[in-house]
Write a protein that binds this ligand. Sequence first.
Ligand SMILES: Nc1ncnc2c1ncn2[C@@H]1O[C@H](COP(=O)(O)OP(=O)(O)OP(=O)(O)O)[C@@H](O)[C@H]1O
Length: 263
Amino acid sequence: MSDTARTARSADVVLETEGLTKQFGGLTALEHVDLAVERGELHAIIGPNGAGKTTLFNTITGALEPTAGTVWFDGEDVTEMAQEKRPHRGLARSFQSNQLFADLSVLENVRIVVQTARSGRFGLDLLGNGRAKYREQAFEYLERVGLDGVHTALAKNLSHGDQRRLGIAISLATDPSVLLLDEPTSGMGPTETQETAEMIDELRQDLDLTVLLIEHDMDIVLSMSDRITVLNQGEVLATDSPGAVQENEDVQNAYLGGMREEL
Ligand SMILES: Nc1ncnc2c1ncn2[C@@H]1O[C@H](COP(=O)(O)OP(=O)(O)OP(=O)(O)O)[C@@H](O)[C@H]1O
């Protein structure tokens, strides 16, 4: 793509991949994936097991280095930017339960990230002046995800669903403009799933977030998404509105024997 074309598109597109390819030995997990995520949208990534969804997230966040291709964030080529730098630019991914400090309280888990994000890499606050302020801000993030009532609990004692919510609160503490959520409702029952979907919707509106979401629950995907990209065997099958994706024959065929009824 020429520089002129990129400038023309960049007003709407906040995150973009161009020809993104990832090979693991002889296996091509992603093949020339072009993805354009528009500012403010909820963009879902769906596809059968092994389609490359998590690998796509990992190459966007820098957890994996792509074999070829480019990742653009806010008009900047971030393909080679260190993983830990990307949240500081506003590109964040929900923390996984194994990234939580299991023996610290729920509030402390968020407070540490608030402090690190606000006062530099090591959260230096030699006089301790900011501590109360950081706790206050951390508490606000917990309120947003509905965990304020359990802020003194140890992270390891939370339910699976609450740990996922804590992972979201922690990523919010880096003040992202784009948030990547990898199956935020996995392992949840129908009520908790619905509550989590509503929470994500509120976060989007209140914090002006762009959300890139991997989700297996088709009801959630179809009801929440502005646009959906369907991956199959590492390639993009379609990017379209939920209605158009449901009607797409290639997509229906890719899901044959699996989730077709749900589409
Ligand atoms: N670190 C790795 N080493 C080797 N192969 C890998 C690695 N990570 C993923 N793969 C392979 O790449 C392909 C895509 O995997 P990926 O996890 O991205 O798919 P997915 O769409 O997220 O699947 P699922 O829905 O089952 O989570 C699969 O064939 C997988 O086995």
